[in-house]
Design a protein around this ligand. Structure first.
Ligand code: EPU
Length: 431
C-alpha cells in the first residue's frame, strides 16, 4: 500500500460516519481468548494493522483465527502449539499481555519486546513486577521476555500510576491464578471494562470497583469460550468530532453513547462546539469563533492523552491562549513542530500550568497555543499514530495541498481513514 495522503484543505465535513471497534479493546479481547481452549466470538473488530499483528501472535501460538467481512472474529486456541513467540513481523504493545495466559496453559512463555509509538519512555516495569509477585520468573532477553511459572498465585498489587497495560496484564493473569488478587489504583478505562466483561463472560470471578479503582479477582480453575462485542473506538470518535468542529462542519456518529465520552464532550463544549445527543447517536458541529481553554490529560475519567493531538489542532483555531498539560507520556508533543511550520503559534515547555506533575521541570510536556492562526499546507511525515491524526486535521483546514507520508502509522489504528473522510466531503486521496 502506498504511504501518501494528499489533502486539499478548506472543505467543511458533513454527513454520517460509523466509528469502528476500539483498537485498544479488540486486541486485548483476542489475547483474553487464549485463556480458554474453547471458541470465542469477538464482534465488531476493526480492520487495522494492529489487529493483524495480534492475529499473527495468536496464530503463532496455535489459535485458529477467522475474521469475516462483517467484522466477526472467531478465535479458538484448542492447543497451544508453542508458548515461545520471540519475534513477530511488527512490534506493538500487545504481546506482553499474553504472558499470563501462556504461563497458565504451558508454564513457560516468550514474547517479543514491546514497540508502539515513540511518545516518551514506556517502561513495562509494572507489568513485570506484578507478574513476578504472582510467581513468574521473568528474564529479559535480547529481543524478548522469557517467563516461567509452575503456578501463578493471587497477590495484592498496588500500582503507583493507573497503567492501562499493567492493569490488563494482572487481570488476565489473575483470572486463573490460585487464590485472590487485589489490584489497587487500577486503570478504569472503558476498554478495560470491555475486557472485564469478556473475562466474566468466560467464567472469571471479578469485582471491578471503578469508584475506588480497586479490582478483586478470585482465581477460578477453568475458563470457557464466550461472545463479546468490541466497544466503539473513543479515539476515532474524538478525531472525527474535532475534524467536524475544525472545518466548521457537522457530523453524526451513530451508535455511540456519551457515557464513555464525558471529558471529550466537556472539552469540545468548552471550546464552543455543539454536541447533540440524539436517540441513535451523537452529532458534533461548530462554528468560529472558538474559545481558548486549558486542558490536562490524565487516566480515565480524565481527558485522554490520545485526544490531545486532534484537540491541539482545534485550539490553534480558538481565540486566545490555550494550554495542554500532558501528564501521561513525557514526550508527546513532537508533532507540534509540524503545526508551527504550517503557521500555528505553539510553544512547548517543561513547566506545569497548575499542580506540578511527575514530569515537572524535566520533560517538554506542556503546550501553549495562541490562536486563531491561519494554517497553510505542508509536506508532513507521520511518526506516530495519534500525531498522524493531528496532521490530517491540520491539513483539512489548511489552505493549499498537503502531502502526508508515513501513513502506515495511521493505518495501525484508523481503518481506511481517507475513504471515510472522503465520505464526509474531505478532499483527500491516497496516492
Ligand atoms: N508506565 C510505567 N510502567 C509500566 C507501564 C506504564 O511507568 O509498567 C507508565 C508509562 O510510561 C506511561 C504511563 O504509565 O507514562 C501510561 O502507560 P499505560 O500503561 O497506561 O499505557 P499503555 O497500556 O502502554 C495504553 C494505550 C495507549 C494509551 C494509554 C493511556 C494500548 C495498546 N495502548 O497504553 O494508546 O495512550 O493506554 O490511555 O492500549 C494509542 O492508541 O495511540 C496509544 C498510545
Amino acid at each position: 500500500m502506498d504511504s501518501n495522503l494528499i489533502i486539499q484543505g478548506g472543505r467543511k465535513l458533513s454527513g454520517t460516519v460509523e466509528v469502528r471497534g476500539s483498537k485498544n479493546a479488540a486486541t486485548k479481547l483476542m489475547i483474553a481468548s487464549l485463556l480458554s481452549d474453547e471458541p470465542s466470538v469477538i464482534e465488531n473488530v476493526p480492520f487495522i494493522s494492529d489487529l493483524d499483528v495480534t492475529k499473527e501472535l495468536c496464530e503463532k501460538i496455535g489459535s485458529t483465527v477467522d475474521i469475516s467481512p462483517d467484522r466477526i472474529c472467531h478465535i479458538t486456541t484448542r492447543e497451544v502449539k508453542t508458548p515461545l513467540v520471540p519475534e513477530l513481523s511488527r512490534k506493538n504493545r500487545i504481546p506482553i499481555l499474553a504472558l499470563g495466559p501462556l504461563l497458565h496453559r504451558k508454564g513457560i512463555a516468550e514474547v517479543p519486546v514491546l514497540g508502539g509509538c515513540p511518545i516518551g519512555h514506556r517502561p513495562v516495569n509494572l507489568h513485570i513486577e506484578a507478574l513476578q509477585k504472582m510467581g513468574a520468573r521473568i528474564e529479559r532477553r535480547e529481543n524478548s521476555y522469557y517467563a516461567e511459572a509452575k503456578e501463578l498465585h493471587g497477590e495484592h498489587v498496588i500500582f503507583p500510576f493507573p497503567s492501562v497495560g499493567a492493569t490488563e496484564n494482572v487481570l488476565l493473569a489473575a483470572t486463573l491464578a490460585h487464590g485472590t488478587t487485589i489490584i489497587e489504583n487500577a486503570a478504569i478505562e472503558p476498554e478495560i471494562t470491555n475486557l472485564v466483561d469478556m473475562l466474566v463472560g468466560m467464567g472469571a470471578d471479578i469485582a471491578f470497583n471503578q469508584v475506588t479503582r480497586t479490582v478483586e479477582i478470585h482465581g477460578v480453575s477453568k475458563l470457557h469460550g464466550t461472545t463479546i462485542r468490541v466497544m466503539p473506538d473513543r479515539n476515532e470518535i474524538m478525531s472525527f468530532a474535532v475534524a467536524a468542529l475544525a472545518t466548521e462542519g457537522s457530523i453524526f456518529i451513530p451508535r455511540i453513547e456519551a457515557s464513555y465520552l464525558g471529558s471529550c464532550i466537556n472539552a469540545l463544549q468548552r471550546v464552543g462546539g455543539k454536541i447533540d445527543e440524539e436517540e441513535q447517536g451523537i452529532r458534533f458541529s461548530g462554528r468560529r469563533p472558538y474559545k481558548a481553554i486549558d486542558i490536562e490529560t490524565g487516566p480515565h475519567p480524565g481527558f485522554m492523552t490520545d485526544w490531545q493531538q486532534p484537540m491541539c489542532v482545534l485550539l490553534t483555531q480558538a481565540e486566545g491562549k490555550s494550554s495542554i498539560h500532558e501528564t501521561v507520556y513525557d514526550d508527546r508533543f513532537g508533532y507540534t513542530k509540524d503545526l508551527v511550520r504550517m503557521g500555528a503559534r505553539i510553544e512547548v515547555d517543561k513547566t506545569c500550568p497548575a499542580k506540578p506533575c511527575r514530569f515537572h521541570g524535566e520533560y517538554f510536556h506542556t503546550a501553549h497555543i495562541v490562536g486563531p492562526a491561519s494554517l497553510h499546507a505542508a509536506e508532513l511525515v507521520v511518526t506516530d499514530l495519534r500525531a498522524g491524526m493531528a496532521h490530517i486535521i491540520a491539513a483539512l483546514i489548511a489552505s493549499g495541498e498537503s502531502r502526508i507520508t508515513g501513513i502506515d502509522h495511521i493505518d495501525r489504528g484508523y481503518e481506511e481513514i481517507d475513504m471515510r473522510l472522503r465520505g464526509l466531503g474531505a478532499d483527500i486521496i491516497r496516492a
